[in-house]
Design a protein around this ligand. Structure first.
Ligand SMILES: NC(=O)c1ccc[n+]([C@@H]2O[C@H](COP(=O)([O-])OP(=O)(O)OC[C@H]3O[C@@H](n4cnc5c(N)ncnc54)[C@H](OP(=O)(O)O)[C@@H]3O)[C@@H](O)[C@H]2O)c1
Length: 322
């Protein structure tokens, strides 16, 4: 960071607000969010007190990427013991893998598994959900909790398919759940109470953070955090490409880019400063960062990204309404 900026930022912090920058105006590219505070702003779910899974038996229907990540999360954290976890899949190889890895019981019989469990996690692809629900419909009783992670499948769809008043909690996770750094949106269905919501939330917390949102906001969550890792991967890819084009070695480029992205994210998470402020600190007038950011601004990069995310939300809505 260059001296001018440092002085300006110190002064800004001391005065507790925005002030004119030496040379006039706001720091380059530091924009405030326009518009009102979000009406539907979510609450980060508060810290849990009691393990609600103690008396539960759970079945995971579908043991692919997400299902197995969740199973590892709840077992490693001690939320539940392995003798209370049942897993189903149509691929015997997957069942063999999870049996060996986690020591859980498995079956290919969804109905039998549901009968034996009081929490049912639907972790199959969205296009399979309808088939699975009609298969288990008769054995789902009103005292069971259904947690669905299927993208775009509404709680209303599940309730209707099951044809009874059953607690359904819908969750939208993302792939970093595989490395226990996930970000999930959670919405309870019509018949789910606080307890059922908390059961789902306790599971998702084992693989990351959880925010509770009204169900209609899950399209926005899908667009932001569900698809979000891909946007960041895209940026990482582009930075790697830039480094290579400037003739750095691939090995060095990967190290530099990976650590830079990690460091930037840590600064946002750990300092509590806004990304705008952090960005201003590395952007000195006439400097290198400013040259790059000016170009991005001229090309409308931020607008493009915002529009792209909104496109994802539109697509999510289209998919969930068929
Ligand atoms: N992966 C993500 O990043 C992500 C993010 C957010 C939400 N989700 C949601 O999470 C759910 C699971 O995604 P995933 O990536 O883990 O999928 P996945 O890897 O395909 O896992 C689903 C597993 O369920 C099996 N299956 C298919 N039909 C079944 C049935 N009738 N009974 C039991 N098992 C059955 C599949 O077998 P086959 O492969 O033979 O079909 C597969 O092994 C999806 O609904 C997805 O929308 C995923």
């Amino acid at each position: 960071m260059e001296q001018n900026d440092e002085k300006w930022m110190k002064e800004k912090r001391r005065k507790g607000g925005e002030r004119r920058r030496p040379g006039g105006g706001r720091p380059p590219f530091v924009e405030r969010r326009k518009g009102e505070r979000r009406k539907n702003s979510s609450a980060m779910v508060p810290k849990e007190k009691k393990n609600l899974w103690k008396e539960k038996r759970v079945v995971f229907i579908g043991c692919g990427n997400m299902g197995s990540a969740l199973i590892s999360g709840i077992l490693e954290s001690g939320l539940i013991s392995k003798d209370k976890v049942l897993v189903t899949d149509i691929r015997p190889k997957r069942l063999e893998y999870i049996r060996e890895k986690e020591g859980v019981s498995t079956t290919e019989d969804n109905r039998e598994a549901v009968e034996k469990s009081n929490v049912i996690v639907l972790a199959v692809k969205p296009q399979v959900i309808g088939r699975v629900l009609s298969e288990i419909k008769d054995v789902v009783t009103g005292d069971k909790v259904i947690i669905s992670i299927a993208a775009g499948i509404t709680t209303g769809f599940i309730e209707k398919a099951l044809g009874k008043e059953v607690s359904v909690v819908r969750v939208m996770p993302n792939t970093p759940a595989l490395v226990k750094t996930g970000a999930s949106g959670l919405s309870p269905g019509k018949y789910a109470g606080e307890q059922e919501e908390a059961i789902a939330e306790q599971m998702m917390r084992r693989v990351g953070i959880v925010v509770k949102v009204p169900e209609e906001m899950l399209d926005a969550v899908t667009a932001l955090s569900g698809s979000g890792p891909a946007y960041i991967f895209y940026i990482i890819e582009s930075l790697i490409e830039a480094g290579m084009e400037m003739r750095l070695s691939e090995d060095d480029v990967r190290k530099l880019v990976g650590q830079t992205v990690l460091g930037a994210v840590r600064m946002v998470m750990d300092t509590g400063e806004s990304p705008q402020v952090l960005r201003a600190r590395v952007t000195s007038p006439g400097g290198t960062t400013e040259a790059a950011l000016k170009y991005l601004e001229k090309k409308g990069f931020q607008k493009i990204l915002i529009t792209a995310v909104k496109e994802a939300a539109i697509r999510s809505k289209e998919l969930s309404t068929g």
